[in-house]
Write a protein of this length. Structure first.
Lengths: 240, 240
DNA sequence: CGTCGATGCGAACACTGTACGCATCGCGGA
DNA sequence: TCCGCGATGCGTACAGTGTTCGCATCGACG
């Protein structure tokens, strides 16, 4: 670090530790990967591009991460850490479940690549943040008096995962088009009309959906509707 | 095929139409792709390997299919065609919905790669078989008197998709290990115990699940439980 | 000062999806 | 009979991918 007076050229070639980029670290790699995934989508993430962003050589990443799949596992668990749950002593299980479900959906939509990874790997990651999410959710349902709390949360998060991943995939398609959601729907309508020709119920449904001026709000209420359905069904399982 | 006596070399070089392999066709390509996907998983499917299986050159496929993504779309819609729905005049909406849900799950488990594709592309494919599935499902709920049949089926298939894709991803992981499901679970237990250390509810749940002698049956009842929950919730939306 | 484990990285390998241009085919018209 | 012509097959090539290997360099410790 001290200025050496030695004129040997190798001095200039010698790598100097950059203070703002404290070399490579597992966490740094994962974090930058998430930034890239959010910004450019899952198919744009390559080890080489990621390394370039970190001012590193492509293969240096493999000192901190065994494989790209492992990197994705770490990224998934990292974003699961974003999900904030209500405090454990919340008395109203229904409000708590609603909050938990909506928090999950919010992060799934904030990181649309998540649905791709879940489709390939499922929820079997065993990462600490996912574990803690499951644990706290189970605690809510146990405290509420559910006889089979694990079954209950499996049902709930199946719904949440199914709706959120479908939604995220849709939003990814929209984003790739570069248009607003409403504009994309409008452009899609001719194809949809042709595809639903002969299917009267669907044709109606598509027409109604396409006429909605605020698609994002429509998705919100659609999610909320299904969530209420599931919670109603679960409430019937409560003793008394 | 017949032994020609003409010694001109070009005769032997001339391509002979194989009768059993009636050259390339879009349907044939899609069908063989599905066979490969089922047998070796989604990451094993490459255009070159698929072409080799069809006794074709790699780039010949592009005469019938614009891109690999398009091929996957076609494959997805093809397997949606496998889903058999109960006859439309079935009076009991609940039985019909159960059958439809179970049929979906069955094909999702028979073609585990489907969940990967759905994670990336969602259900926005507009393929004819998917359309017809949606149409007939909507018809059931409309006939049953649901005020918002589209909302109802969105909720139902969100649950079904969420549970089925998670299950399919799990089964893929198991299959890659080459072990039976029970053996794989047994081998996973140490890691799971470590991962759930400090999470008492989860630790219990994992221990109980690992002790089950028939994991496949356990998955069946888990799916059925959640399905009943959703249908109960939906039943509350029926007038009267 | 010398050594050692950890870290970074350039080159290379085996693949991938796909664009391009040429060869070949069966067929309809002159 | 011959000629063209559109459809089909395919060899080559390109730009990229994840990952392995072996070498260079580093900071810390004896």
């Amino acid at each position: 670090m001290a200025a050496r007076t030695n004129p040997i050229p190798s001095v200039w070639a010698r790598r100097q530790r950059e203070p703002d980029q404290p070399s490579l670290s597992r966490d740094g790699i994962v974090r930058e990967a998430i930034v890239m995934l959010d910004a450019e989508g899952i198919e744009a993430l390559s080890m080489r591009k990621l390394a370039t962003r970190l001012n590193a050589g492509a293969t240096s990443l493999y000192r901190h991460v065994a494989t790209k799949d492992e990197l994705m596992e770490l990224a998934v668990d990292e974003v699961f850490g974003e999900i904030t749950l209500p405090p454990a002593d919340r008395p109203d299980w229904r409000a708590a479940a609603t909050e938990a479900a909506q928090a999950f959906r919010a992060t799934a939509l904030r990181h649309p690549w998540l649905s791709s990874v879940l489709g390939q790997a499922g929820l079997a990651y065993l990462g600490p943040n996912l574990m803690s999410y499951g644990e706290r959710l189970t605690a809510f349902f146990t405290a509420a008096g559910f006889p089979e709390p694990v079954r209950a949360i499996d049902t709930l998060i199946s719904y949440v995962v199914g709706m959120s991943t479908t939604e995220a995939a849709w939003l990814t398609t929209v984003a790739r088009s570069g248009e607003t959601e409403a504009a994309f729907i409008a452009r899609l309508m001719p194809a949809a009309q042709e595809a639903t020709a002969g299917f009267e119920h669907l044709a109606d449904a598509y027409a109604v959906a396409a006429a909605d001026p605020d698609p994002a709000a429509a998705r919100d209420t659609k999610f909320a509707y299904g969530l209420e359905v599931v919670l109603d069904g679960l409430a019937l399982r409560l003793p008394r």
